[in-house]
Design a protein around this ligand. Structure first.
Ligand code: IFM
Length: 473
């Protein structure tokens, strides 16, 4: 890949949606812990993130989601904000410890009532509710009992899913089980940079399997309990893994990265088996997927859609920076991300829209017949707010425009992409980065909780409106 030619700024953001079909779905996304606050209200108990935030040094500035965007108390205004953008749908997550404190037992009526009101508010404003059941806020009690490396957590998740379906299934048609299981498993249990902060690769691989098992069990329960047919999916974060050259070592490094980043999820979900090369790589690293009889059939419960979260892509080399292929000190093959000298976001992530086109085309080719939705895409930049709160974020607008164009290019090349959710509706708690990194279309002043749409929000809203006019809606 010649990534250096890939990321010029958008020349004209105006026509970004050209070529997308009339029924293309536009939305904005958030997640519970990142925006809700009200961490001790109405019976909510701590999640692993409440605990992790209190570990010294775990989160930049020692920040936490105790108040966040105070969405729990400002929800009707926030829904009005969403409706004002003119989008079709709102993707939000349901806080497990709010709805089922401690992660076991019956639903907490007061916690569920919040989502009940949210769904009603959205529907009243003609915005489609799109639920994510797990966006990383595992009840702390379940982590104490073993967390995702423990098989029982998968069963607990299925119980929780059914509680939410019982409460909201009469009005919600779009259900996603997990958000980004790679992050839950690898950031949380291997790298230790996300809650619960463990650093144990074999445990992380056990978590991968139990997250997928939890998805499969929940998928079955959701379908069985749904009063009407639902649209059911899972959201994976993925990029394109490019080899630095055509040399065997580089191609193998890209294969391994793609195996552990994408195929370890895609293949069991969509083909009913783990990829043999990944299983072999894991064995080399002393890790094993704890598969029991019947698990893979459960995990491969048919899906109606696949959610894709895209932010960046990487180029991989199988050799050290200067030198010939060799084994890493662990004895495993060497692998390294090659810096690309591209513009980056405030997260330091390379801006590579073409990686999204390539990813979507590849998904359509390798896993045909499954509608794809971009359930997250967006960027943090170092915004400067004027005294009135407005932000001229041309960088964010360019990022969004280039990636929406990348989606349109993927459609032209045959990928069945049906929707795009911008991440995020508003600035929020960016996990281990605290409040420093701002992904919002809408600025949040955390001192006053005032919301101000940034220039990118106006652009996005205008893009959606003009696309809708063109499609005659
Ligand atoms: O903020 C996160 C979100 O919670 C999950 N996907 C990536 C986003 C940006 O890091």
């Amino acid at each position: 890949m010649d990534a250096t030619t890939d990321s010029r700024p958008a020349e004209a953001a105006a026509d970004a949606a050209a070529g997308l079909p009339a029924d293309f779905l536009w939305g904005v996304a958030t997640s519970a812990y990142q925006i809700e606050g009200a961490h001790e209200e109405d019976g909510r108990t701590p999640s692993i993130w409440d605990t992790f935030c209190r570990v010294p040094g775990a989160v930049v500035g020692g920040e936490n989601g105790d108040t966040a965007c105070d969405h729990y108390h400002r929800m009707p205004d926030d829904v009005a904000l969403i409706a004002g953008l003119g989008v079709d749908a709102y993707r939000f997550s349901v806080s497990w410890p709010r709805v089922q404190p401690g992660g076991r037992g019956p639903a907490n009526a007061r916690g569920l009532a919040f989502y009940d009101r949210l769904v009603d508010e959205l529907l009243a404003k003609d915005v489609l509710p799109w639920i994510t059941l797990y966006h990383w806020d595992l009840p702390q009690e379940l982590e104490d009992a073993g967390g995702w490396p423990a098989r029982d957590t998968a069963h607990r998740f299925a119980d929780f899913a059914e509680l939410v379906m019982d409460g909201l299934g009469d009005r919600v048609r779009h259900w996603t089980t997990l958000n980004e299981p790679w992050c839950s498993a690898m950031l949380g249990y291997e790298q230790g940079v996300h809650a619960p902060g463990r650093k144990d690769f074999p445990e992380a691989i056990r978590a991968v399997h139990h997250l997928l098992l939890g998805h499969g069990l929940a998928a079955q329960r959701l379908r069985a309990a749904a009063p009407e047919p639902i649209q059911l999916g899972i959201t994976l974060n993925m990029g394109t893994a490019y080899p630095a050259s055509d040399r065997a070592a580089d191609r193998d490094a890209a294969r391994r990265a793609d195996g552990l980043g994408a195929r370890i999820y895609l293949d069991p979900l969509l083909r009913g088996r783990y990829p043999a090369d990944v299983v072999a790589d894991l064995a080399l690293a002393g890790a094993e997927l704890p598969v029991q009889d019947g698990d893979l059939e459960l995990i491969a419960e048919p899906l109606d859609l696949l959610g894709v979260n895209y932010y960046s892509s990487h180029v991989f080399s199988g050799t050290p920076e200067h030198g010939e292929p060799e084994a890493a000190p662990t004895g495993e093959p060497f692998s390294r991300i090659v810096p690309q000298q591209l513009p980056v976001t405030a997260m330091g992530w390379d801006i590579i829209p073409r990686g999204l086109t390539d990813l979507l085309v590849r998904l359509g080719r390798d896993y045909p017949g499954l509608p794809l939705y971009i359930t997250e895409n967006g960027a943090a930049f170092d915004d400067t707010a004027a005294p009135d709160g407005t932000v001229e974020d041309a960088d964010r607008t360019a990022y969004l425009a280039d990636h929406i164009r990348a989606v349109a290019a993927a459609r032209t090349a045959g990928a069945d992409v049906r929707g795009y959710f911008a991440w995020s509706l508003m600035d929020n708690f960016e996990w281990a980065y605290g409040y420093d990194k701002r992904f919002g279309l809408v600025r949040v002043d955390y001192d006053t909780q005032r919301r101000t749409p940034k220039r990118s929000a106006l652009w996005f809203s205008d893009t959606v409106r003009r696309h809708r006019e063109q499609r005659g809606g």
